[in-house]
Design a protein around this ligand. Structure first.
Ligand SMILES: *[C@@H]1O[C@H](CO)[C@@H](O)[C@H](O)[C@H]1NC(C)=O
Length: 431
């Protein structure tokens, strides 16, 4: 086909080309087991759920909005998103928050980066507080792709300062076990300061004001050099102190008086009361745990802290405890519970809720003290003939907030929220 004088150069170039290719390939293959390792990733692959809340207000403007997208893309690229790594969703903050995509929409880095590039600028006020609240309330639920037992992180980007209040939203996020990181870019200028509603907004949005959860970047033009530090912070599991809340990490033992004076019908009211308390917590294999012991002169382990991994099963187990009937030896029962129920539990978040309707035949003071020294906080709840003096002796300090009394068994139901709140308050003070 080709005239000979044109064929030769063609052949030569094909040949050179093939040669180069083969050489490169051989080179590649030869290099494969090689000295030069893959570029070391900046962060470990941590399976957590991350909500990116970005600023889409008038304040930031189109130009900086686009710089923000670049920054978020680079941050996301270092985080090693994937089915077994972090999941990332995104919310835009403006007048009203706008959820752009959920945690499970894009679990491949390239899809996620594409989605970020496609984000449209909204405009409006910087209602960051509203966006944090909305995200904390709706974003991490299981129906929308939140993974149970995975750390929850919210990265909130603010250009300058927010136009609404962050304190309430920050508190709600903290109580929900979400680690809020506030990344504030470009401080307000001195002449803008009078417009800033709350000068302490940086501290108030985050779950712990220890410096770890705040990040300041001076300008949108210098964000790249902060990617490494910020992504390492997000991925340091030890730093994510806010994942643990009273709701998802306490161990609660119920110690139930099954003596004859209680009676079958009232015993059921006691069980309803305890199930009510249990219902206030996120019980699961990775969450809060409950267990129960019933006592007369004797003691019976009804079920242990790790016997039920589903909340429903745990609540049913409480409601179905069969009534024993007999005498009352509360002191011995307290020691038994510490030994049988809390043996395998870690320290620092153990609670014992003791319900009794009368005087104990044995000493309660020493056993209660021994158990408290093991790190178990005791709440004593008395009904009918239970002597206030004994209740106080058994309860943890401060006695007044750990002792409850009701004349009638029907009064127990009103105590449920007080007990739940008390346990949460103790937990927060210790952690
Ligand atoms: C994300 O996933 C949800 C639920 O699966 C779906 O309803 C929604 O349309 C998805 N959004 C996008 C942007 O793909």
């Amino acid at each position: 086909m080709f005239p000979p004088d044109t064929l030769l150069p063609q052949l030569t170039s094909v040949c050179v080309c093939v040669c180069v290719c083969v050489c490169v390939c051989v080179f590649c293959v030869a290099e494969k087991p090689a000295k030069k390792p893959l570029k070391k990733p900046i962060v470990k692959k941590v399976p957590m759920d991350i909500a990116m809340v970005i600023d889409s207000s008038n304040n930031i403007g189109r130009r900086r909005f686009s710089l923000q997208k670049n920054f978020v893309s680079k941050l996301v690229a270092t985080l090693r998103v994937g089915p077994t790594g972090p999941h990332i969703g995104l919310i835009q903050a403006s007048d009203s928050p706008r959820t752009e995509f959920l945690l499970t929409n894009y679990t491949q880095p390239k899809d996620l980066l594409f989605a970020i590039r496609e984000l449209a600028y909204v405009g409006g006020d910087t209602n960051t507080g509203k966006a944090i609240m909305h995200t904390a309330e709706t974003f991490f639920v299981q129906e929308r792709g939140g993974r149970r037992g995975h750390p929850r992180v919210m990265v909130v980007l603010v250009d300058g300062w927010p136009s609404d209040d962050l304190e309430q939203a920050g508190k709600f996020a903290r109580d929900s076990g979400i680690n809020v990181f506030l990344v504030s870019v470009a401080k307000p200028a001195p002449d803008e300061l009078p417009m800033v509603r709350d000068k302490d907004f940086m501290k108030k949005a985050v779950c712990k004001d220890n410096g770890f959860f705040n990040y300041m970047i001076p300008s949108w033009f210098s964000t790249t050099k902060h990617i490494k530090t910020l992504s390492q912070r997000l991925c340091s599991l030890d730093g994510l102190l806010c994942s643990k809340t009273c709701y998802n990490s306490v161990n609660i033992g119920f110690l139930i008086d099954g003596s004859s004076s209680v009676g079958e019908a009232n015993f059921q009211l006691v069980l309803d009361f305890l199930a009510g308390i249990a219902n206030g917590f996120d019980i699961s294999d990775v969450g809060a745990h409950i267990g129960a012991v019933q006592f007369t002169y004797d003691q019976r382990l009804e079920f242990g802290l790790f016997d039920h991994s589903k909340k429903e099963d745990a609540l049913n187990a409480v409601k179905r405890i069969p009534y024993m009937s007999g005498g009352t030896a509360t002191g011995a029962a307290i020691l038994y519970t510490a030994e049988k129920l809390f043996k395998r539990a870690g320290p620092g978040r153990n609670f014992l809720v003791l319900v009794t309707d009368g005087q104990s035949y044995d000493d309660v003071g020493n056993p209660a003290l021994i158990v408290q020294k093991q790190g178990i906080t005791i709440y004593s709840v008395g009904v009918a003939w239970a002597p206030m003096e004994d209740l106080k002796v058994m309860a943890s300090e401060p006695k007044d907030s750990h002792t409850f009394f009701t004349r009638e068994f029907t009064g127990l139901a009103d105590l449920v929220p007080l007990l739940v709140r008390g346990i949460c308050r103790d937990f927060t003070e210790k952690n």
